[in-house]
Design a protein around this ligand. Structure first.
Ligand SMILES: [Fe+2]
Ligand SMILES: [Fe+2]
Length: 358
């Protein structure tokens, strides 16, 4: 289902102001047969609120989140709820989390939170848990089963390594993109056990939406676009008819299909990352992305921002993007190939050559 973004905004003035904001509106539709069950939710991710000192914070990151919140409040029809997809803070400080939460508190509606690595590795989630709630949980909404995972955990021997003289050492090691001292992300055994139990009570025909911070697939280890136990999590999701994983962390548009699972990344409010070199070097990533990415200029910030609409009419996800240079671009699930297909750039000859200036 195609939607004009303006139909979601109360005034054209607001639409002009918000022409390229990094927010994703996710519309879940069950089709004509059950229109009363249709609903939408909005997704904001990767704000990276960063303290300079005292009550001074990096203004650009503040503004990205503030504008996303403002636009989300203008949505009409109103979303049933909101998601924040992780990396609220840059270095996990209580000041950063508090400041970010204060901005998000302006959202008019319930917010569900996903934990990012930038939120976690200073105090291992203690402040987050006390202020926001559990790190993993599930809920049902109008026939869809939502699961929130903390996918950015890692091996105990790294987390509790004595080489970290302070918790901030550990945080800084994990906060880097090309983190030579970092460690691959994990959902971990304890959480997978919980997930297994949670899924036991869900009918196999129920649409499942999993929200994680890192991709529950292995894209590029060098930048930790990677979850080490992704296959084990995918195995738990395998028996279900329709599964969608929505994730942040990568600060760029990505979509992929692994077995029965459709993967879609959401964009960041803070900054875009370029596509990793691995996308043009097949041996470096696993699995091979079924839909090669296309972006004209990875450093043009607005190309990493825009809108995504998710249509679950058939239980498979159709994504509709509203991007500055790619008007009405769609990534629609193709039952023949069993994967998402880019309406504009699927044909190799139409793709813009990969960038190499990173
Ligand atoms: Fe991030
Ligand atoms: Fe992240």
């Amino acid at each position: 289902m195609m939607m004009n973004r303006r139909t979601f905004l109360k005034t054209t003035g607001a639409a002009a102001m918000a022409s390229a904001l990094p927010i994703s509106l996710v519309r879940v539709a069950f089709g004509e047969k059950k229109p009363a069950k249709d609903f939408s939710f909005a997704y904001i991710s990767d704000a990276h609120i960063q303290q300079i000192e005292g009550n001074k914070f990096v203004r650009n990151w503040d503004m990205g989140l503030i504008r996303a919140v403002q636009e989300a409040n203008l949505l009409t029809p109103r979303p049933d709820f909101f998601f924040f997809g992780g990396d609220l803070a840059q270095l996990g400080k209580t000041e950063e989390l508090d400041h970010g939460l204060e901005i998000i508190s302006q959202l008019r509606g319930k917010v569900h939170y996903v934990m990012g690595e930038h939120d976690y590795y200073l105090d291992l989630g203690k402040y987050w848990e006390s202020k926001i709630g559990p790190l993993w949980y599930s809920f049902d909404h109008k026939g869809v089963h939502f699961i929130v995972l903390t996918s950015i955990l890692t091996y105990d021997k790294w987390t509790h390594n004595t080489k970290w003289t302070t918790p901030m050492d550990r945080m800084l090691a994990m906060a880097r993109l090309d983190n030579p001292e970092g460690s691959p992300f994990l959902v971990g055994e304890k959480q997978r056990e919980w997930l297994k139990k949670d899924l036991e009570r869900v009918d196999k025909s129920t649409p499942i939406v999993v929200c994680s911070h890192s991709p529950l697939q292995k894209i590029y280890k060098g930048w930790n676009f990677w979850t080490d136990d992704a296959e084990s999590v995918q195995t738990l999701l395998k028996p279900f008819d329709k599964v969608t994983v929505i994730y942040g962390h990568v600060h760029q548009i990505q979509y992929n299909q692994v077995g029965n699972i459709s993967f879609h990344a959401v964009m960041a409010t803070a900054w875009p990352w370029p596509y990793p070199k691995s996308y043009t070097q097949e041996p470096n990533h696993l699995p091979k992305l079924t839909v090669p990415m296309n972006r004209a200029d990875p450093f043009f910030e607005r190309v990493a921002t825009g809108w995504q609409f998710i249509n679950l009419r058939t239980g498979n996800v159709d994504m509709h993007y509203q991007l500055p240079d790619n008007e009405d671009r769609g990534v629609i699930f193709n039952p023949k190939t069993g994967s998402p297909q880019d309406s504009k750039y699927q044909d190799v000859n139409r793709r813009i050559p990969p960038q190499n200036h990173f």
